[in-house]
Design a protein around this ligand. Structure first.
Ligand code: PMP
Length: 353
């Protein structure tokens, strides 16, 4: 026992897991009140008339080998959004506990905290230093009520990697005090690697991964929390037993086929070169005063008239993200890298502004 469960809600630690209908594909299922016949519209291999395997072992093993961890360290969920929600519910009691976030950052951490009734403490990234992580300020901001610290690397919407040594410093310093959640949703687009290798030594680390970005499967809703066996056991206990659908299990297992993995890596490489081309083109626009370097599949830009750029995009039939409400980004937009044609269209639409 590493003691990380002392940080979790005791009622969740003590919870008896829901016991779903036994999973044994060698036996005929007359125990789950399913329909014995398939729908004519059912194109799956397993059959949608049957419940999926609770916490599909094939999916957990496939993602474990993809991410270089043990299957017992993987919780598969409906996107990393659900991973964030599970962590909040497992570790934060409403009205008692708090999380630490480093704005500007992904809005879901704050949202999930609000749903759970957890307070949010902010330690801004250092804009003047390329939105770098202030490790000592994060450590100092953690109180006895802190349960989770969310660090996003590469960060959304700023696009930069956080220094891995600074992240490791935060995790080590908060050992026994808080779980540090590193969100690696965009890590495949970056020059840095995953911090999953640290999980062995740092039991208070949890890592979020997703199939929504580099794998092009946002519609499948599949993500994973990588963490110690203790944290994984806890999260699996509160995840609904049939969270991940048969279609998603099959689609993701197909995507993990070595040939498809190779194709996906090529797609990521193409996207990275498009990102660099788009970045140069956006930087030349008269209404764009800054484009930040990006390690993700999007670019953050600054403009003295971001509103006009937004409207020009819409006139050209394109949506870009308004991030002006985020701290420090009052004049900024976030642009997702599209196909070469879409990017060209974006540039010419914004030129027209
Ligand atoms: N983390 C970050 C940083 C994100 O930007 C997103 C999606 N916008 C997510 C997690 C959620 O991804 P999903 O739920 O699709 O896995």
């Amino acid at each position: 026992m590493s003691g990380v469960l002392d940080l979790a809600r005791p009622e969740i630690v003590a919870l008896t897991a829901y016991s779903p209908a036994r999973w044994d594909p060698s036996l005929v299922r007359l125990h789950a009140n399913e329909n014995p016949w398939r729908s004519a519209a059912d194109a799956t291999r397993a059959g949608l008339n049957r419940y999926p395997e609770p916490q599909s072992s094939a999916l957990a093993s496939g993602l474990a080998s993809l991410y270089g961890v043990d299957p017992a360290q993987v919780t598969v969920a409906r996107g990393s959004d659900e991973g964030i929600d599970l962590l909040l519910r497992a570790f934060c009691a409403a009205g008692r506990h708090e999380i630490v976030i480093c704005p500007p950052t992904f809005a879901m951490y704050r949202f999930a905290a609000a749903v759970q009734g957890a307070a949010v403490v902010e330690v801004p990234l250092r804009e003047a230093d390329g939105f770098s992580l202030d490790a000592e300020a994060v450590i100092a901001a953690c109180s006895a009520a802190t349960r989770l610290v969310f660090l996003c690397s590469p960060n959304n919407p700023t696009g930069n990697l956080l220094d891995p040594a600074a992240i490791e410093r935060v995790v080590s310093a908060l050992s026994g005090r808080a779980v540090v959640v590193v969100d690696e949703a965009y890590v495949e687009f970056s020059a840095g690697g995953s911090l999953a290798g640290l999980l062995q030594h740092l039991p208070n680390l949890a890592i979020l991964r997703t199939l929504s970005k580099a794998f092009g499967m946002a519609g499948a809703r599949c993500g994973a929390v990588l963490a110690s066996g203790e944290i994984t056991g806890l999260l699996r206990r509160i995840l609904p037993p049939y969270a991940v659908t048969v279609q998603t299990i099959e689609a993701v297992l197909d995507a993990l086929d070595p040939h498809r993995l190779g194709e996906s890596r090529q797609q990521v490489a193409r996207l990275i070169s498009e990102r660099d081309r788009l970045s140069m083109q956006l930087a030349r626009l008269p209404l764009v005063t800054r484009v930040w370097p990006s390690e993700a599949n999007f670019l953050l830009l600054r403009s003295p008239d971001a509103g006009r750029l937004l409207e020009a995009g819409i006139r050209g039939g394109l949506l870009v993200r308004d991030v002006r409400s985020q701290p420090g980004l009052g004049d900024c937009l976030r642009v997702t890298v599209g196909t070469p044609q879409q990017n060209d269209r974006l540039v010419s639409s914004l030129e027209a502004a």
